[in-house]
Design a protein around this ligand. Structure first.
Ligand SMILES: [Zn+2]
Length: 259
């Protein structure tokens, strides 16, 4: 059994066949999925999807750094209310993205801190997106994130950055499709990360893992990232499934799956 710890299955690219994609994941052993919102509307959509699929889909509420200019205090209040729903298991995704820089840096930083505060008030883990912004994320977590827990989703840094991330005791690293590709430091990161601090995800519909040629990623494909992780760690995919599922259950406090 796998947990896909990060999928955007609420988004329009699944409108035509969403239920079939969810059923394929469940049939293929991906028994639980976490769908983090990227703005107010998708946070509501993720929660609605979670309510329609109890014990299989869970939601996060947050504003992605690309949309940071849309964040308001009123949205923060709404997230606080939504976070009382049992299906909401995280604040996120939020973060800093200086690669695409679709929102000004200062806005991104302020909205990042607002989400840390929400995570603290709601006592929920953070789902953090980082792209070309490692130093700033570390700085803001040190100054505003003490004692919080969460995940660096789709981790894309090197070993030194991974070590710095793992210095935050409540945080895990999550591997997505890029682990299956050449030309990055992720294999080294995957070999050094303590297995009890590792999650797997698809970030679907993005980041199709190798060797698949699909145009759209989906939760079922998380097993390809799991298989790569097993290969790098010299263990079995079953062992990776077991430990990453236990990690996700612990971090997000997922209800016991009744089969
Ligand atoms: Zn995402």
């Amino acid at each position: 059994m796998f947990v896909d710890s990060h999928t955007h299955i609420d988004t329009p690219r699944f409108d035509a066949d969403r239920e079939a994609v969810i059923q394929a994941a469940l049939d293929g052993g991906v028994t639980r999925m976490i769908d983090p919102g990227c703005d107010l509307a998708s946070s509501h959509a993720a929660l609605a999807l979670a309510k329609a699929h109890p014990d299989s889909i869970y939601a996060g509420v947050g504003v992605h750094p690309h949309e940071a200019t849309t964040y308001t205090d009123a949205i923060g209040e709404t997230f606080r209310a939504l976070a009382r729903e049992p299906e909401v298991v995280a604040i996120g995704e939020f973060g800093l993205d200086y690669f695409r820089m679709l929102s000004p840096r200062d806005t991104q930083r302020a909205v990042f801190c607002a989400h840390l505060e929400l995570a603290r008030l709601c006592d929920l883990p953070c789902i953090i997106h980082v792209r070309d912004a490692h130093a700033d994320v570390m700085e803001l977590l040190r100054t505003h994130g003490q004692g919080l827990r969460g995940v660096f989703h789709c981790f894309s840094g090197d070993v030194a950055q991974a070590e710095e991330c793992l210095g935050f005791a409540g945080f895990m690293l999550s591997f997505a499709g890029p682990l299956t590709k050449q030309g990055n430091a992720l294999p080294d990161v995957a070999r050094m990360a303590p297995l009890d601090r590792v999650l797997i995800e698809t970030d679907s519909p993005y980041l199709v893992p190798k060797p698949l040629k699909a145009k759209r990623n989906e939760p079922l494909f998380v097993r390809h990232t799991a298989a790569k992780l097993a290969e790098l760690r010299g263990t079995t995919i079953e062992a990776i499934a077991q430990v990453t599922t236990a990690n996700a259950v612990r971090l997000f406090n997922l209800r016991e799956k009744k089969l």
